[in-house]
Design a protein around this ligand. Sequence first.
Ligand code: FAD
Ligand code: NAI
Length: 515
Amino acid sequence: PKKKGFRWIRALWRLTYLSAIAGTGYTCYGIWEMRHPEEDQPAPDPSKKTLVVLGTGWGSVSLLKKLDTENYNVVVVSPRNYFLFTPLLPSCTVGTIEHRSIMEPIRNFLRHKKASVRYYEAEATKIDYDRRVVYINDESDIKGDVSATEVPFDMLVIGVGAENATFGIPGVREHGLFLKEVGDAQRIRNRIMDCCETATFKDQTPDEIQRLLHMVVVGGGPTGVEFAGELQDFFNSDLKKWIPDIREKFHVTLVEALPNVLPMFSKQLIEYTEKTFKEETISIRTKTMVKNVTEKYIEAESAGPDGKKQVEKIPYGLLVWATGNALRPLVSDFIKQIPAQKDSRRGLAVNEYLVVKGCENVWAVGDCAVANYAPTAQVASQEGAWLARMFNNMAKTNEIEAELSELSVKQEKAPSKDVRDAVFTDIKELQKRLRRVKQIGPFEYTHNGSLAYIGSEKAVADISWLSGNFASGGTLTYIFWKSAYINMCFSTRNRILVCIDWAKSKVFGRDVSRV
Ligand code: FAD
Ligand code: NAI
């Protein structure tokens, strides 16, 4: 029996060893393949229908990933020539992860498509539905002789995402920082360090030190919570070590208008998050609505001890504004052009096939579309993938229908019964294929769950499992959070870079220099 046991151990060891070799080989091949795109990628074919895709975010890139580009003349327009893995963006604000690790150049990705895709780094400024054109502007610093033009389309996919909501509150755009793009994360990272260094300036007054070191986050949705958690981690593990003078005064406050943070999570996870924040000394101010923002303080309305409304001034050094999404001007302008969209307030109303209501051959995905789902990456990527499948099927359908009409002509002109029967069998076969291809049902979203990092190496997860819900929070969930996001990263390159960044910040700590 001893020998048998050893045999098992040896077999297990061999299996591990072989899987490690296979895994390494697979990763190396992935890297090699990524660096060597096909030399002879066919050029876009203008004789085919032109499919214009606006945006390079979750919705559009997920569509482009699965789209067979040989079927259409594909044109992509976006001011951002990369895809951004937003779930790890809060980690970039404090340097746990470097921003380039979660960016994937759109050029690299498009060079691997079967037929080439034209990409214009530009902002779509207007969609003219009657003329079927999109007006585009080059908004970058370097402009050529032509920096504004139009792109005609036969089919259009709008995936331009959303803007930051400010609800018209005065001072937010001037004094607050958002957290949506790479530039936002860089600005926050610099502002944190600037506040810390300015607070330790010679002869700084105690009130001013207190203000500068008060980090206020407005909005208790997942963006605000994840950022507050990351910031407190940065302070606990690095800032207080390297700048001991700020140790007693650095403070993070999260302000939320509703009675609790993370409203989309289950009650027990909300309580767990609030308890964790309390332990980490992050203050949560719920039922507090910010009404005005000035350079040095916010004005917030809440119920006083007597139940009456009170407005208080809360001084801050850093203000991060994370109160959700608003329409982009391109989308609100398009809504105005389409009578069927007159009641759309939160985005383009789409039907179950993601077609923009009141339009033909115009689809919308992600945060700019309203399809009764939350504006999340999960929804946007499923919508994009579904649309790609639909476009691929549409192309196949057209191909089969053309073949069918050719065959029916052949059948009519058949010289003998035998030939006619043979053609008839082919037609039957094709009709069967056509039915199969056409069998794509409406878009249906599958919710896999919600995940959020809450700081101090803890995360919360509401996972949909076997038609039930499984809620968990803590360090194990944090390990799950990490592995889930590594798995979801866009490319092998991103996965490796993110792992290196995690290891780097663990070994050396986060960088506290300001650039
Ligand atoms: P986006 O991904 O925002 O992409 C929009 C694209 O359109 C961009 O490429 C932009 O440059 C381009 N664009 C903008 N204007 C124009 C124009 N005028 N013309 C052409 N192109 C234009 N969701 C989750 O499910 N899980 C998470 O963990 C998660 N974490 C998040 C963390 C943060 C910090 C943030 C901000 C969001 C997070 N989300 C998460 C939400 C998720 O990122 C969005 O729901 C998702 O990005 C929406 O995808 P989209 O394609 O609609 O838009
Ligand atoms: P959100 O819309 O989820 O939350 C914004 C919060 O700000 C709300 O709770 C609202 O009550 C509050 N608020 C609004 N105005 C306010 C004011 N004046 N004063 C105080 N509080 C105010 O926005 P968020 O977090 O930016 O997320 C946007 C979308 O992205 C959501 O759909 C979210 O689910 C998704 N997301 C998902 C993540 C995840 O799954 N881990 C991470 C980040 C975003």
